[in-house]
Design a protein around this ligand. Structure first.
Ligand code: PLP
Length: 488
């Protein structure tokens, strides 16, 4: 691609993206393809000869666009609604062109130091003290894996050299609530602790971890000869967005000398609002915390911000420097050294499994500057209000019921057909049918969870362009289709 072709095709692509970002609601939210359809529509082998940008774009539109589920659609209400905003998309474009690889400070001083700067901005916005150093990973799952890797390093002598397959280590234990995300399960599995090492602690009637149950579990595990390592508390659980009581959990961790990791992957964003700053009360006493700007801070997927008060432990767990990456004394004087390093001048490769890293901080920088904090707060406040509004419609409707409180911007509810002849299993099935019917329209996309064993529909509000009319449309669909299903 020569420079003039790049300009022509690049401008055309920007036009395509601009149109898409403005009118993504012209597409059905949920992809309308069957499994295998895309594979079948594309050649088995890569082309021998170059193909034009126009031909590639034509196939993109013809084959791939129908296979897109539109996360950037204002009526996307499934899982957690997220936004790949325009400034973030432009920054990713730029980042791809720059192709920075920030393994060492010297291989990209700008990417390394901008990561420290942007994470410093975000840290202050969510009210974490300066003692927390930040690093960007791709996802919260990887952030949590690294947190628990550091906890393992802190608690198990010599684990780095001798591993876990030895007789002098008691069974290890990690604690999270019954509502915590499956990334905690995956982390204990990947770290070789074994899935049985994970203890799921009971929750209260608002789906929050019970600190008394946590303390009991830790005590009884110690009596059984286990070695408790860490607690993962959630600020914004995946099903209901419940918020664990961090201060009381931090007390238990303090008493028991356990690593406290806070999974604020989704909910942490709300702490930028003065009205919601309290959701991170107690987080200052944690050892680590994750918040995902790619969830509710308008940053294109993927970007997970990991904060750690004991970065020396994380580095001790993960740093490994082969000869070919060793820096000369001059280059390393600023960037090496456990504590003497100037903030933001360390080598990012020392903070995790991954060696190379792309320039993710660029998109966070573009997004934070381009929106400005005031506008970000206003968007989050609007999402919170829309969730309350949706909940008020559910609460007022005789055939629907809400299944959980709404601490943030997700509403869990279900249809309760006005007949007393249905069994609980039939009510679940009716809700599954209703959800499928709504999603098939292409006009909205919602997902589900289970709450106390019952099928629940989740309405997650968080896209930049979601307005009341989109939420209203989804509600009207639910009401209309539930009536249709009743009359069948
Ligand atoms: N933690 C919570 C509370 C989540 O809801 C999720 C995903 O939705 C994750 C962690 C994992 O996020 P990621 O996809 O960034 O790994």
């Amino acid at each position: 691609m020569d420079p003039s072709d790049f300009r022509r095709d690049g401008y055309a692509l920007v036009d395509w993206i601009a149109e898409y970002l403005e009118h993504s609601d012209r597409f059905p939210v949920l992809a309308r393809v069957v499994p295998g359809e895309i594979v079948a529509a594309l050649p088995e082998d890569a082309p021998e000869d170059p193909e034009s940008f126009g031909a590639i774009m034509a196939d993109f539109e013809r084959v791939l666009v129908p296979g897109l589920t539109h996360w950037n659609h204002p009526s996307f209400f499934a899982y957690f609604a997220i936004t790949g905003s325009a400034p973030g998309a432009l920054a990713d474009f730029l980042s791809a062109a720059l192709n920075q690889q920030a393994m060492l400070w010297a291989t990209s001083p700008a990417a390394t130091e901008l990561e420290a700067v942007t994470l410093g901005w975000l840290r202050r916005l969510i009210g974490l003290p300066d003692a927390f150093e930040g690093v960007i990973y791709d996802t919260a799952s990887i952030s949590t894996l690294h947190a628990l890797g550091a906890a393992r390093e802190a608690a198990v002598p010599d684990v780095r050299t001798r591993g876990l397959a030895r007789s002098d280590i008691p069974p290890l234990r990690v604690y999270c609530s019954q509502e915590a995300h499956s990334s905690v399960d995956k982390a204990v599995i990947a770290l070789g602790l074994g899935h049985h090492a994970l203890s799921r602690v009971a929750v209260d009637d608002q789906f929050r971890m019970r600190p008394d149950a946590l303390a009991d579990a830790v005590r009884s595990d110690r009596l059984r000869g286990c070695l408790p390592l860490a607690v993962v508390a959630s600020v914004g659980t995946t099903s209901t967005t419940s918020i664990d009581p961090l201060p009381a959990i931090a007390d238990v961790c303090g008493d028991e000398r356990l690593w406290l990791h806070v999974d604020a992957a989704y909910g942490g964003a709300a702490a930028i609002l003065p009205s919601h700053a309290h959701i991170l009360d107690g987080a200052a006493r944690a050892d680590s915390l994750v918040v995902n700007p790619h969830k509710w801070l308008f940053t294109p997927f993927d970007l997970s911000a990991f904060y750690c008060r004991r970065m020396d432990v994380l580095r001790a767990a993960f740093a490994f420097v082969p000869d070919y990456l060793r820096q000369s004394a001059a280059a390393s004087s600023a960037s090496q050294g456990p504590s003497g390093a100037l903030h933001g001048t360390g080598n990012l490769m020392d903070t995790g499994v991954q060696l190379g890293r792309r320039f993710r901080a660029l998109k966070l920088w573009f997004v934070l500057r381009s929106f400005g904090v005031r506008a970000m707060r206003a968007h989050l406040a609007r999402h919170l209000d829309l969730a309350q509004q949706f909940a008020s419609w559910v609460d007022a409707h005789p055939d629907f019921e809400r299944l959980a409180p709404i601490p943030l911007s997700v509403v869990c509810f279900r249809w309760k057909p006005a007949t007393d002849t249905l069994t609980p299993v039939q009510i679940d099935q009716a809700n599954e049918q209703l959800l499928a019917a709504v999603n098939q329209t292409g006009q909205a996309y919602l997902s589900h969870t289970r709450i106390r064993g019952r099928f629940a529909i989740r309405m997650a509000i968080g896209h930049l362009r979601t307005e009341e009319r989109h939420v209203r449309q989804a509600w009207d669909l639910l009401c209309h289709l539930s009536r249709q299903l009743t009359n069948k």
